[in-house]
Design a protein around this ligand. Structure first.
Ligand SMILES: NC(=O)c1ccc[n+]([C@@H]2O[C@H](COP(=O)([O-])OP(=O)(O)OC[C@H]3O[C@@H](n4cnc5c(N)ncnc54)[C@H](OP(=O)(O)O)[C@@H]3O)[C@@H](O)[C@H]2O)c1
Length: 356
């Protein structure tokens, strides 16, 4: 069967460009020739070019006719653009893999992390439709927490994030860079994308704040998306989301309350060899995950694994078993948190269903 013609909507953005480079790195199979891969963006970018597999590919303006002949489209644009164009793509027989929040809560749209719930894609088998990629911070959290939950159960999650500027897109990356230069040159930082100065600063996540609950939408997504992905409405997540002056790679400090207490060797054994993660936990050299270590990588990095002895401790023949556990995790949110997860979803669909 012929590989499909594909499109990237938002190809000029931070996630879109990463998606293109991952397709190249993984040698993703798509149709050859000028219609094999279409790069779509706003009118601002139409006529520009982006390098891909030794060629300069033109960027076209997204429009209602953009999906003619396209079988698979990666959407890496804002939720409003996705809501306007994803239904048009699906109606023309295209499968959409969407990185925005537009369809994550839709009960008819699978919300998928390939390492966690690939079975959710079954509803798309043999037909066009939309698969939603979860929020970047949720993906980075659930990759290590899923094997822990399967082994011991998790009653409660407390997570604090340290989120990179690039989580807010290409313009936010430019803002961090230009503000850093300005401050080092003795000028004041000029906030445009973020309300607070980003360089040399740390501030509450810039997503919409619910004035009643005091939670911002990034914090709320941890709960709603984890419940959907794990298919468990009782999941409890207490999140605090913070933006830090890091260019790329989100970090998360996690404290868990397990259902069944675990000894240190039991807990570590579950994480060792789990899909999508790498342990960096060298206490003697004080070497642990960092955003720089994870930048450009595929796996979530996990370290600072230690029991929380302020929670229940159960003495036993195999040693002390702890209900409370701490972790420090880092993930490249442009890759694992967005583009790589989307491409892995596409690969799963292609494997199961040759027409895409
Ligand atoms: N950044 C992350 O770490 C991350 C992680 C997970 C999910 N996401 C989600 O991924 C999506 C893209 O984020 P991003 O960070 O890549 O943003 P970005 O860097 O700002 O890129 C946005 C892209 O959308 C295009 N676009 C904007 N308005 C458009 C329109 N009316 N029609 C067609 N294209 C339009 C832009 O094209 P122009 O260049 O022509 O303006 C650009 O290619 C968002 O939904 C975001 O929430 C981002």
């Amino acid at each position: 069967m012929q590989p499909p013609s594909i499109a990237i909507v938002g190809a000029t953005g931070a996630v879109g460009r990463e998606c293109l480079s991952i397709l190249q790195q993984r040698n993703f199979k798509h149709a050859e020739g000028p219609d094999g891969i279409k790069l779509l963006a706003s009118s601002r970018s139409a006529g520009t070019t982006i390098p891909y597999r030794g060629q300069q590919l033109p960027v076209e303006e997204l429009g209602p006719n953009s999906f003619r002949g396209v079988k698979l489209a990666f959407f890496a644009a804002g939720a409003d653009t996705v809501r306007a164009f994803a239904p048009i793509a699906v109606a023309s027989g295209c499968t959409v893999i969407d990185k925005s929040s537009a369809y994550r809560a839709d009960p008819n749209t699978p919300l998928v992390i390939p390492e966690v719930n690939p079975e959710a894609l079954a509803t798309l088998r043999g037909k066009s439709g939309i698969a939603a990629v979860p929020n970047c911070s949720t993906i980075i959290l659930l990759i290590p927490l899923t094997p822990i939950r399967k082994a011991f159960g998790i009653d409660r999650i407390v997570v604090s994030t340290y989120q990179a500027a690039s989580g807010a897109g290409a313009a936010a990356m430019e803002e961090l860079e230009s503000q850093t230069r300005d401050v080092l040159a003795g000028k004041s930082a000029q906030p445009r994308i973020f309300k607070e100065p980003c360089a040399f600063n740390v501030f509450s996540h810039d997503s919409a704040m619910n004035p009643t609950t005091g939670q911002n939408s990034e914090e709320q997504k941890f709960t709603t998306e984890s419940r959907k992905i794990w298919n468990d409405p009782t999941v409890k997540v207490n999140a605090t989301c913070i933006r830090v002056p890091v260019m790329r790679g989100h970090s998360e400090s996690v404290c868990l309350t397990l259902t069944q207490p675990a000894t240190e060797s039991q807990f570590r054994a579950v994480l060792a060899g789990a899909p999508g993660l790498t342990l960096i936990d060298d206490r003697s050299n004080n070497s642990f995950p960092t955003p720089l270590k994870v930048s450009g990588g595929d796996n979530v990095l996990v370290g600072r694994i230690r029991p929380d002895d302020t929670q229940e401790v159960v003495a036993g023949d195999a040693g002390a078993a702890y209900r409370g556990w701490n972790l420090w995790i880092c993930g490249d949110q442009l890759r694992t948190g967005a583009a790589l997860t989307a491409v892995k979803i596409a690969e799963l669909l292609q494997r199961e269903d040759g027409h895409r």
